[in-house]
Write a protein that binds this ligand. Structure first.
Ligand SMILES: [Zn+2]
Length: 247
């Protein structure tokens, strides 16, 4: 569905400043106000910085540039393209658009602070779980509930076990993110086995991407690499490659 993908991409780009504000405030640990700060010196940027696309080049009075706003915009465009391509303008599109915005915000915050903040992980899980439970049956998709819950529950359990066995390798934030990702993959299926299988593909993909890219980044920059964004990436790739059973 190329038209829907294009329109959703545009929507993602339009919403990117809003997501940037959320990321900005979470990184600075401040209440939500509609402004952007320079990620390097925390100076408030001109209001122009909030204009989609045109605000991307805006710099602070010190002339600092940063990768954050362009990264948020690119990630929003890419993930919203996937959602529009896969779901078209169906009832199931909207919960995934909200989920993807939250996943983009979490990934960027995780890359900057090495934290998956509760203020986003909990509402994301609660919101998407509510969508699965409340929207499935009215749309004739009650068969989609059990696979989503199984995939979400098992993804959570798997990461919980890894965290308990090897806390240094798997943070508690990753464990809290896991069930949302499992729900996102599982809700595409009406058969639990298929949902759990594809959920495992997403996990393995995330582990491989995180392992390979993590080693490369660690060698070249001696920086610690957060794992959350790779879990998200693995999940988005799997969703991009799956035809939803609701269609
Ligand atoms: Zn600055």
């Amino acid at each position: 569905m190329p038209l829907e993908a294009a329109l959703c991409t545009a929507l993602g780009v339009l919403l990117a400043p809003l997501v940037s504000i959320i990321v900005d405030r979470a990184v600075e640990r401040e209440p939500l106000v509609a402004e952007l700060r320079c990620p390097r010196c925390s100076r408030t940027l001109a209001r122009r910085a909030l204009v989609p696309v045109f605000g991307l080049g805006e710099r602070c009075s010190e002339g600092h540039r940063h990768w954050r706003y362009p990264a948020v915009t690119s990630a929003m465009a890419a993930t919203y393209a996937v959602a529009g391509y896969r779901f078209g303008f169906t009832w199931q599109l909207w919960p995934y658009l909200v989920l993807f915005a939250a996943l983009v915000a979490m990934s960027i915050i995780d890359i900057e602070t090495k934290l998956l903040v509760n203020i986003i992980t909990y509402p994301t899980l609660a919101g998407f779980l509510f969508a699965v439970l409340a929207l499935s049956s009215p749309n004739g998709y009650s068969d989609g509930i059990a696979p989503a819950l199984w995939a979400g529950g098992l993804y959570f359990l798997f990461f919980l076990v890894v965290h308990v066995v090897y806390p240094a390798g798997m943070g508690l934030g990753d464990v809290k993110l896991a069930p949302s990702l499992g729900l996102g993959v599982g809700w595409l299926f009406t058969e639990t086995t298929a949902a759990v299988e594809r959920m495992m593909v997403a996990v393995i993909l995330g582990l491989l991407l995180g392992g390979v890219i993590g080693i490369i980044v660690q060698r070249s920059r001696k920086a610690e690499v957060p794992f959350g964004p790779f879990m998200v990436l693995g999940t988005i790739i799997v969703i991009a490659g799956t035809v939803p059973a609701s269609l």
